[in-house]
Write a new protein. Structure first.
Length: 247
């Protein structure tokens, strides 16, 4: 009897006009006409209620043509077949009602509360699955740690120069910080320098433009020559801290 009804959204038990027409031996067009009459009475409030029982849809026939059909719940089915008389009609009504009840019972069985034993079994299965996942993660972490250790050994085995690197100058430190700040904030370097010189004036009352530049000198050269490069270093460092930039 499961071929007479099917499960819809929200676990509704439904049938459709095609199944009804086939089972009762009626032309599908006649079934559609009967439903249309139910949905188009003179009582608009009743029509609105009936539209909850009958939902229009379409289907494709063997030629690929799209045709109208209706999906209906048990209420809609009952109203549709109410006036269909005869032994055969009564038999088919009974089959549909039995199918509705059987489907509703099956859906309720699926939704019934789990027993304490079933809950324990499901919990144990969930814990087992979680334990397996944790084991897999730990194995991957161990493999990564082993790989890091091996890479570290390889790195230490590489011949290294005994010469010490020269200490980076304050000028180059400033340039590095400016580059990194510009990259982190997506700002043009020229705009970064303008901001630095503005902060330099407000914090230390030093105006770079007040100093005379020698031939081919930059303002950074001027700052270095006049010994306030350290102030610029403080300014750009503070800008980075305030901007929470990644350096």
């Amino acid at each position: 009897m499961n071929d007479l009804v099917f499960k819809g959204q929200n676990d509704q038990v439904l049938t459709n006009s095609l199944l009804v027409a086939e089972r009762f031996g009626k032309r599908h067009a006649d079934v559609i006409r009967s439903i249309d009459n139910i949905l188009n009475t003179e009582d608009e409030s009743l029509n609105a209620k009936m539209r909850l029982a009958f939902v229009p849809t379409t289907y494709e026939d063997v030629t690929g043509k799209s045709n109208p059909a209706y999906i209906m719940n048990q209420k809609g089915f009952s109203i549709l077949v109410m006036g269909w008389n005869g032994i055969k009609a009564l038999k088919f009504k009974n089959e549909f009602y039995d199918a509705f009840e059987a489907m509703e019972k099956a859906l309720k069985e699926q939704q019934k509360p789990l027993s304490q034993l079933e809950i324990l079994v499901q919990s144990a299965q969930a814990l087992l699955e979680q334990s397996r996942r944790i084991d897999n993660v730990e194995k991957r972490l161990d493999a990564m740690e082993h790989e890091r250790e091996e890479n570290g050994k390889i790195l230490l085995s590489v011949s290294m120069s005994s010469e010490e690197l020269p200490e980076i100058s304050l000028r180059n430190k400033v340039r590095q910080l400016v580059n990194k700040y510009a990259s982190a904030t997506n700002t043009k370097q020229q705009d970064v320098w303008h901001k630095i010189y503005d902060q330099l004036y407000y914090l230390y009352h030093i105006s770079v433009k007040a100093y005379k530049k020698e031939k081919k000198e930059t303002y950074l050269d001027v700052a270095e020559r006049n010994r306030f490069l350290d102030k610029i270093h403080i300014v750009i460092s503070n800008m980075i801290r305030e901007g929470n930039a990644c350096i």
